[in-house]
Design a protein around this ligand. Structure first.
Ligand SMILES: Nc1nc2c([nH]c(=O)n2[C@H]2C[C@H](O)[C@@H](COP(=O)(O)OP(=O)(O)OP(=O)(O)O)O2)c(=O)[nH]1
Ligand SMILES: [Mg+2]
Length: 133
């Protein structure tokens, strides 16, 4: 069994809303809403991977000490087993600007269930509701 390590983040704004992004057409799980992030490259530290992904996908700069671990997803997909730490981040530099054509939305934790997400993400929602209400 192949374990795929993916890092993701709940970016939280001053009104306690969370950023979700819609996976672009042509990608696996296209159309579903996800937490920004992506695959950790070989030899890359998870936090460095997340900082890189946030720059690539959203054009923001995040400092490592602004990333706090919250929970993780562990989910068996057909082709691999996903292990995905979820960080929270309330501070970054720059304005969120989707660079890969993806739609983004700021939503309350209690509204996350209204957006179809990958199956791995369902267990991530209660800890976010606990944190933010
Ligand atoms: N970023 C992210 N990926 C998720 C979430 N939930 C979930 O099952 N995944 C899965 C979908 C993909 O199989 C994998 C992430 O892969 P990806 O294709 O987004 O990786 P990436 O950003 O590095 O993109 P790429 O360069 O490989 O195209 O994790 C989530 O909330 N956020
Ligand atoms: Mg990604």
């Amino acid at each position: 069994m192949n374990i795929l390590l993916v890092v993701a983040v709940a970016l939280i704004d001053v009104d306690d809303r969370i950023l979700i992004a819609q996976r672009p057409q042509g990608k696996q799980l296209a159309g579903l809403w996800e937490f920004p992030g992506g695959k950790v490259d070989a030899g890359e530290r998870p936090e460095a991977a997340l900082i890189r992904e946030l720059h690539e996908e959203l054009d923001i700069a995040v400092k490592e000490d602004c990333l706090a671990p919250l929970t993780f997803a562990s989910h068996g997909y057909e082709a691999f087993h996903l292990l995905m730490p979820l960080y929270v981040c309330r501070r970054w530099e720059g304005l969120v600007r989707p660079r890969e054509g993806q739609a983004v939305k700021w939503v309350r934790a209690t509204d996350l269930r209204n957006y179809p997400m990958p199956p791995a993400d369902a267990p991530l929602i209660p800890p976010l509701i606990d944190l933010l209400g």
